[in-house]
Design a protein around this ligand. Structure first.
Ligand code: ADE
Length: 243
């Protein structure tokens, strides 16, 4: 899969894209990420990418012409690419969005800056996504978050196929508690079931702990989760304060 990032700060991406899971996937050739400088698509000698807002007001607005030129040039290189605009006004980027993007062969991520975009830029984007209800200084951090979350779902990026399936959210629930050695640390013991060697019991415990965590920490996720009759019975127990 190829990601093209359109940004005023291409250097922003150089270190993060060399690290960890994404860095390795790029090195292996499973992923390609190219950061393009929006300034290279400006038409005036000052390389202007922003201007004052019509109607007055504070802050600057990203100009439509360089954006349109850049998006059109990138789309010509990658026919069929989906253009995603990062903006706090977009639909919430979730694990489901990540899975949708992972099925594409090419994504062009447009990073905003300044106070906002000229409204006409929106007509060049297929999707608008927000990474959360807070305002960042630009779309570069959201772009990295999107690339990371999508990359994990692309075959060959993670070691084992199950690794991303058991992640928090993939099954619509938070992940169960994990432990590694030592068995006891400052009086805190690893739950006996995990040392029991009984795999059926371990699976059951993990599922119930996932449900318990989600019920307490993110109850909003429960209604969208894929639940069995057994899960529902356990949730009833949780509601009645029994488990
Ligand atoms: N740009 C600024 N804040 C943002 C957010 N929360 N999500 C996506 N893009 C943004």
């Amino acid at each position: 899969m190829v990601f093209d990032i359109l940004t005023l700060f291409p250097e922003f991406f150089s270190s993060p894209l060399r690290q960890s899971v994404v860095g390795k996937a790029i090195a292996k050739g499973v992923l390609r990420v190219e950061a393009h400088n929006l300034r290279d698509f400006t038409l005036d000698k000052h390389k202007t990418t922003d201007d004052y807002p019509y109607g007055g007001g504070h802050g600057m607005v990203m100009k439509v012409e360089p954006m349109a030129a850049a998006i059109e040039a990138l789309k010509a290189q990658r026919p069929g690419a989906t253009v995603v605009m990062t903006t706090p006004q977009g639909e919430r980027f979730t694990q489901k969005t990540a899975a949708e993007f992972a099925a594409l062969s090419s994504l062009i991520i447009v990073c905003g800056r300044y106070e906002g975009y000229d409204e006409r830029i929106r007509s060049f984007a297929g999707r608008e996504v927000s990474v959360g209800d807070y305002v960042l200084s630009g779309g570069e951090i959201p772009a990295l978050a999107i690339i990371d979350a999508v990359a994990r779902l692309i075959p060959g990026v993670l070691g084992e196929p199950e690794s991303s399936e058991s992640d928090s959210f993939s099954a619509g629930l938070l992940e169960y508690p994990q432990y590694t050695r030592p068995e006891e640390f400052r009086g805190m013991r690893v739950p006996d079931v995990l040392i029991s060697g009984n795999h059926a019991l371990i699976e059951k415990w993990r599922r119930q702990e996932s449900l318990r965590r989600t019920f307490h920490k993110r109850p909003d996720l429960i209604e969208f989760a894929d639940l069995t009759a057994e899960d529902k019975a356990f949730l009833e127990e949780l509601k009645r304060g029994k488990s």
